[in-house]
Design a protein around this ligand. Structure first.
Ligand SMILES: [Zn+2]
Length: 87
């Protein structure tokens, strides 16, 4: 760790990090929705709902990509939204 001063951009909220986090959250929601739909299909007697497997697989890929993009941004940009405790 090289001494970094976290005070110069204290209130600057990184727009890109926020968008990446939003995108990540969106993929998680999409995944939840697909699981819910699959559940409803099964409950409704549609046991041949294998189409959900593909959709869930793809949604999972997108989730991993979005998560990686977000974490990668935090790592390279050093703008973690979690150290917003400094005033
Ligand atoms: Zn950033």
């Amino acid at each position: 760790m090289s001494g970094l001063e976290g005070s110069m951009t204290s209130l600057v909220y990184c727009q890109e990090a926020r968008q990446l986090l939003d995108a990540f959250g969106e993929t998680v929601r999409e995944l939840t929705r697909l699981h819910e739909e699959q559940f409803q299909a099964i409950v409704g007697g549609d046991l041949d709902s294998t189409r959900f497997d593909d959709l869930i697989f793809m949604a999972n890929e997108r989730k991993h990509e979005a998560k990686y993009a977000y974490l990668h941004h935090l790592e390279t940009h050093r703008c973690s939204t979690f150290d917003a405790t400094t005033d």
